[in-house]
Design a protein around this ligand. Structure first.
Ligand SMILES: [Zn+2]
Length: 363
């Protein structure tokens, strides 16, 4: 079974307002789920717009992360209030929590991303973390959200950092799927990989312009947010589980195991994972072009203020056995790293991380 996309998508400047009649047809007692204080005002607007549609809206927030503690608490709130849908409005963690909750309770989910930081508003997948943000597992859901509302006006209010994170996460689609799935003879998977190549090219051209948004470059911004929030999700939908993540996400998952004082966004960590994956390709797969790709990516990543080393995440890998811990988690059984078309072990991970952490790479 494969769920390729949300049933209905509203996109553009007034997507939220346009979606209201459709939402009112689907639900009478929605649970509006959010998290961040920064998006409180937007959620207030969403809440009052829903009330104007005569809906009986309940509100709840994630306290920590998309974690079982929050999910179990929210499940009880949803049941107690007899809510008949979840409207998840926020970043990737809120969207993942809303989708997971709706699946558990067999009610529809409506996703309203408030940034372009991930494609979580689209996909039939939820990443589960601990209360402190350490990755545990990703859970495949039976379907994509019922309605996705991708309102450009909402996305515009998000910090630029979220867009940079979305760009890195969307870029990973090409770097990971082309490596793990290019030899697959499934036509749809091949199409997904080709879309991810076009997506990468577009982000390399438009990413920096979108990040430094100027009104006369609005088209670059629109294309970039939709690339990150929609096209990246479509690739996952068409490619399905055969269009796999690989080292970049495996390394992301490992890095989240180390708790840092400052929280980093999913794509900010995935971006570092892409660089490390390319280095693995160079040394383990004799891919001489990988070094060119690293240089090309580093230019964009620096332009859009993305971290390029683990030390920029506030982690000294040469302390507290951190390097060993990251390598161990990256290479554990069932890790996506084993989808790479060449064998990788702990020592390889230690080698490529040390390479980036020890030297200032010249662009
Ligand atoms: Zn991701």
């Amino acid at each position: 079974m494969q769920s390729i996309s949300p049933e209905i998508i509203f996109r553009g400047d007034s997507a939220w307002i346009k979606s209201l009649p459709q939402i009112a047809k689907l639900t009478k007692r929605p649970l509006l789920l959010g998290r961040s204080l920064a998006t409180n005002n937007l959620r207030k607007k969403i809440y009052s717009d829903l009330e104007k549609e005569n809906l009986n809206v309940q509100e709840a927030n994630l306290q920590f992360d998309c974690c079982m503690e929050d999910l179990n608490r929210l499940k009880k709130i949803t049941l107690k209030n007899r809510c008949d849908s979840i409207i998840a409005s926020g970043g990737g963690k809120v969207l993942d929590a809303g989708k997971y909750l709706a699946e558990c309770l067999s009610i529809p989910c409506i996703t309203v991303p408030l940034s372009a930081s991930t494609c979580a508003g689209w996909t039939a997948l939820s990443n589960i973390y601990t209360t402190t943000g350490q990755f545990i597992e990703d859970v495949a859901l039976s379907s994509c959200p019922k309605i996705l509302v991708f309102d450009h006006g909402f996305i515009k209010t998000a910090p630029r950092r979220t867009l940079a994170s979305g760009i890195a996460d969307a870029l990973a689609k090409w770097y990971e799927s082309s490596l793990t799935s290019s030899k697959m003879d499934d036509g749809l998977v091949q199409h997904a990989i080709q879309i991810s190549r076009v997506l990468r090219d577009q982000l390399l051209i438009d990413g920096e312009k979108a990040f430094n948004y100027k009104y006369d470059e609005r088209l670059s911004w629109c294309n970039t947010i939709e690339a990150c929030g929609l096209t990246a999700g479509l690739i996952g939908g068409i490619g399905g589980e055969k269009c796999r993540t690989a080292a970049a996400h495996a390394i992301h998952n490992a890095i989240t195991q180390i708790i840092t004082p400052k929280k980093f966004l999913h794509g900010e960590i995935v971006g570092i994972g892409i660089l490390l994956q390319l280095k693995l390709e160079e040394i383990k797969n004799n891919n001489n072009l990988a070094n060119q790709s690293i240089k090309q990516l580093l230019v964009l990543m620096k332009e859009i203020n993305l971290p390029t080393t683990i030390s920029e995440l506030g982690i000294n890998v040469f302390e507290k056995n951190n390097l060993e811990k990251i390598a161990q988690f990256t290479c554990k059984d069932k890790s996506e790293i084993h989808f790479l078309p060449f064998a990788v072990n702990k020592e390889d991970i230690i080698k490529v991380i040390s390479y980036f952490e020890k030297q200032e790479i010249k662009i």
